[in-house]
Design a protein around this ligand. Structure first.
Ligand code: PEP
Ligand code: MG
Length: 587
């Protein structure tokens, strides 16, 4: 009798990195680090317990260091492992755990668990999605120490010697850094969201990944055959013959499609009726300019500068900032580099140990508000930007402008920075374009006034949607309401575009909305001059633009603006562009 064939099962997760892979599963186990018992240590043994903890940290430090030194080139630009090394030595984690062992007389595992839970809770309540993800970093670091404390066998991903797909509860950046691209085809995890570092690293490695699958490690065993579709966030367990054939085909179609659009991405994004849009890149680190160039970016539309300020005891000085900015500006020249001033908020200040305690950080001392309150921090950055501007094509962009006086004060600070550079006799240029992020509804209302102070607007839909629709951008419970096609959002964008046209300034979009193929016809029709997005999305965006006609897109916008729901708007786009978008419907 033949063995019963397992029925194929379809599991839905979150797409973290595009692409399709088919192969055998390899379960990465993290036994022993989740269940922790509490016991008391007699006073005379407390010092030994502290020593045991220190040894576990030291071992974790050595392990991270080794991984860091051996990580693949694709991940050299990612600073997350450096962050983990710093976290291991951080007094909030290291010092507090030791303190707890001593003051409460408990075992190291229990003390660590206690400190980590409260640290994670602090990060998790933060308004900013990036900082929320730092809770995961604390978890990864504590897992590494815990593994050493309980003597759990550490899984050695680097030693895997067959072609497999990793299946894990979670993969820390340290784990991901050990991925050997010749062996690991892709991975899936129980935990994680779209903005998790694991996903970001999978994208950098360009391997398919699905995260947030919840039951991956219980449903899948090592050696099970699985299909990972990173484009749709789907995993198929024990696929039947027909599904396998279908996915082999999809996989080769997808690979061919990526190769074609990447080749084409160096062409201009010009519509069929001759209108050219600039398709720019959003970056966080100078190292990303390599992918911007690979993917045919027309410049940097948003350089988020805050990451250079985080996870370190002191803010960077002018020289360090200048060097980083100059690197980007010189490599990109003559293409523009849009440097956004510090979009730090109360929470990010906490990450820097200069504690601000705000009940509503998203509505708190964030971005320009913070900079105007800390003139020295602001001036240091403004001087660095003006100095870098002497080396290429720089634009400056001010985030979170919500009131007219804020842009006036920001410009005054910029003039003062220029004057001080003049006095110091340092090379700089003040002849740079001034941009205002439109991401707070009051800025939309005041757009006509703000336009007098700027050369361009850049619409930040991530925040504009958050503030206009009252939806925390990082809250899973209301994620379904976060709809870029909501008629209220479209009207706001149209209003900004109309005012820009009237006032003769340019209008760009750098929020995530611009990275989605389905939105591009509307954005074109509404009159965006430039779209900026993560580098990987550029080839697809350019391809969409090249297949559109502006006059058609304008007509569609007219219809879309009459719709009452996001669904209604979506249907209009589908009806008009379904065919074009279906061809691109990989992500
Ligand atoms: C935005 O808000 O849309 C934006 C681009 O800025 P960030 O995501 O950095 O807040
Ligand atoms: Mg924003």
């Amino acid at each position: 009798m033949s063995e019963p064939v397992a029925q194929q099962r379809i599991l839905k997760g979150i797409s973290a990195s595009p692409g399709i892979c088919i192969g055998k599963a390899y379960l990465v186990d993290k036994a022993g680090v989740d269940v922790v018992e509490k016991y008391f240590i007699p006073d005379e043994k407390l010092q030994d317990e502290v020593k045991r903890f220190k040894a576990a940290v030291k071992k974790a430090l050595d392990e991270f260091q080794t991984i860091l030194e051996n990580r693949p080139e694709e991940l050299q630009r990612d600073y997350i492992l450096e962050t983990h090394l710093a976290l291991l030595k951080d007094k909030m984690l290291y010092g507090k755990t030791i303190e707890t062992i001593q003051s409460e007389g408990v075992n190291a595992e229990w003390a660590l668990r206690k400190i980590v839970s409260s640290l994670k809770a602090t990060f998790e309540t933060m308004g900013d999605e990036y900082l929320k993800e730092r809770a995961a970093d604390v978890g990864h670091v504590s897992d590494a120490i815990m593994g050493n404390l309980v003597g759990a066998p550490s899984h050695n991903i680097a030693a895997i010697d067959k072609r497999v797909i990793l299946v894990a509860q979670d993969l820390s950046p340290a784990d991901t850094s050990q991925i050997n691209l010749e062996r690991i085809k892709g991975f899936i995890t129980n935990r994680g969201g779209k903005a998790s570092h694991t996903g970001i690293m999978a994208q950098a490695l360009e391997i398919p990944a699905v995260v947030g699958l919840e039951i991956a490690t219980t449903a899948i065993k090592s050696d099970d055959v699985i299909i990972v579709d990173g484009n749709t966030g789907t995993v198929i367990l024990d696929p039947d013959e027909q599904t396998l054939v279908e996915y082999e085909e999809r996989k080769s179609d997808y690979e061919e499609y990526r190769a074609v659009i990447t080749r084409e991405s160096h062409l201009a994004a010009e519509t069929t009726d001759g209108v050219q849009l600039q398709v720019m890149a959003n970056i966080e680190f100078p190292e990303e300019i390599v992918s911007v160039k690979n993917y045919g970016g027309d410049g940097i539309g948003l350089y988020r500068t805050e990451f250079q300020y985080m996870n370190r005891p002191e803010f960077p000085g002018e020289h360090e900032l200048f060097e980083k900015y100059r690197e980007v500006v010189e490599v990109m020249a003559p293409m523009p580099v849009t440097i956004r001033t510090l979009d730090i908020n109360g929470d990010k200040a906490i990450a820097n140990h200069s504690g601000l305690d705000e009940a509503n950080p998203a509505l708190g001392l964030r971005a320009i508000r913070y900079c105007l309150r800390k003139p020295d921090v602001f001036k240091t950055q403004l001087r660095a930007i003006l100095r870098a501007a002497a080396y290429g094509n720089v634009r400056i962009l001010f985030p979170m402008i919500a009131a007219y006086f804020e842009i006036c004060e920001a410009l005054k600070a910029l003039d003062e920075a220029a004057e001080s550079l003049e006095k110091d006799g340092l090379p700089y240029t003040r002849e740079i374009e001034i941009g205002i992020m439109i991401e707070v509804p009051s800025a939309v209302v005041l757009a006509d006034l703000l336009a007098e102070k700027a050369d361009f607007f850049s619409i930040g839909t991530n925040d504009l949607i958050q503030y206009a629709l009252a939806i925390d951008r990082g809250n899973r419970n209301v994620a379904h309401l976060f709809q870029p096609l909501d008629p209220a959002v479209l009207r706001l964008i149209q209003q900004v575009a109309d005012v820009s046209r009237e006032k003769g300034i340019e209008v760009f979009m750098c929020g995530e909305m611009a990275a989605t193929a389905q939105h591009i016809p509307l954005l074109l029709g509404m009159g965006m001059d430039e779209l900026s997005m993560n580098p990987q999305s550029i080839p697809r965006a350019k391809r969409v633009i090249r297949s559109l006609k502006v006059s058609d897109a304008r007509a569609i916008v007219k219809d879309a603006l009459k719709k009452k729901t996001a669904r209604g708007v979506f249907e209009i786009v589908q009806e008009a562009y379904g065919d074009i978008l279906a061809e691109l419907d990989y992500h």
